[in-house]
Ligand binder design. Structure first.
Ligand code: FE2
Length: 309
């Protein structure tokens, strides 16, 4: 039989699998972000440490329809990386293994409007800085493993939530779970008119889907979900364990294709190769440093490598 456990607000969810003899056979950390949202990156990290099992939460009918907003975690200052485009680097914490590392939110300014991509909840001082830039009107989710902070921004600003068609806001590691904690306002697909002038969506048919937001700014600028990453080195949001392990696991290298995302979400090679047909000079990744200038060429060898099989 299965037994599912979850602590308050989804701070940590575990799935215990019991054998017919009543002994615990396997333990899987179902929620890996301390705040309760599953991260596909994180899940795979966890899976590297624990034997994979089927998701017991779904089998047990565990439901989490609504929940408190995850707390704000430490983050850096909002910085302008291109004209009208700001980036802020925040934190992800995994419950098990206890890794802490960084993630980015991109802020696109259109006059007084602000569109947030790959949302990261900011602390009060950060929110004041955000408010000084303009008014948040929309949030865009690109990665299936991100989105935990979208409800916070919808509630605080009344922002419209845009997610890639096929993505779901589930509270656990299983994106097929029955219940969701948020329904997006718009399910984006190629051709969807987006809330950013001159932007279009390039979708990647991974499971769950991922996408790139392609902007016609500064020679072409791509905001990426979990596909295009660029951790050149561990930054100051990595804890000691992450500094030790993540380089060894292939996460910390320039112009990288998210290794856990590749392994777990299985993007079609054609969709990966298609990235090279896009016209872009800059990449603003959800993980790592901004790539300003020559980005498509920088990523070319990695994309060709992972899409050749
Ligand atoms: Fe990620």
């Amino acid at each position: 039989m299965f037994q599912a456990l979850s602590s308050d607000g989804g701070a940590l969810g575990s799935a215990l699998r019991w054998g017919s003899d009543g002994l615990i056979l396997q333990l899987r950390i179902a929620y890996v972000y301390e705040s309760g949202l599953s991260s596909l990156d994180g899940v795979l990290l966890a899976a590297d440490f624990f034997p994979p099992v089927e998701t017991a939460c779904r089998a047990a009918g565990m439901a989490l329809v609504s929940r408190p907003h995850p707390p704000a975690l430490p983050h850096g200052a909002i910085r302008e990386v291109l004209p009208g485009i700001h980036l802020v680097t925040g934190t992800v914490r995994m419950a098990m293994p206890p890794l802490r590392f960084s993630r980015n939110m991109t802020i696109l300014r259109d006059g007084e409007r602000l569109v947030l991509v790959n949302c990261v909840r900011l602390e009060e001082a950060g929110l004041a800085s955000l408010d000084a830039l303009g008014t948040v009107t929309d949030v865009i989710r690109l990665a299936g493993g991100h989105g935990m902070d979208d409800p916070f921004y919808r509630e605080r600003y009344g922002a419209k939530v845009w997610a890639v068609a096929g993505q779901r806001y589930t509270a656990g590691a299983d994106d097929r779970a029955r219940d969701v904690y948020l329904e997006p306002d718009v399910a984006m697909a190629p051709g969807t008119e987006l809330p950013v002038p001159g932007a279009r969506l390039y979708t990647i048919r991974s499971t769950p889907p991922d996408a790139l937001l392609v902007l016609d700014r500064q020679g072409g600028t791509v905001v990426a979900g979990d596909s295009l990453q660029n951790w050149v080195r561990p930054d100051n949001h990595f804890n000691l364990l992450a500094r030790m392990l993540m380089p060894l696991m292939g996460f910390v290298r320039p112009y990288n294709i998210g290794p856990a995302w590749l392994k777990d979400c299985k993007p079609p090679p054609d969709d990966l190769r298609g990235i090279l047909a896009l016209d872009f000079a800059n990449v603003l990744p959800a993980h790592g440093e901004a790539v300003i200038g020559g980005a498509r060429d920088h990523y070319r060898s990695a994309i060709e490598r992972v899409s050749s099989g």
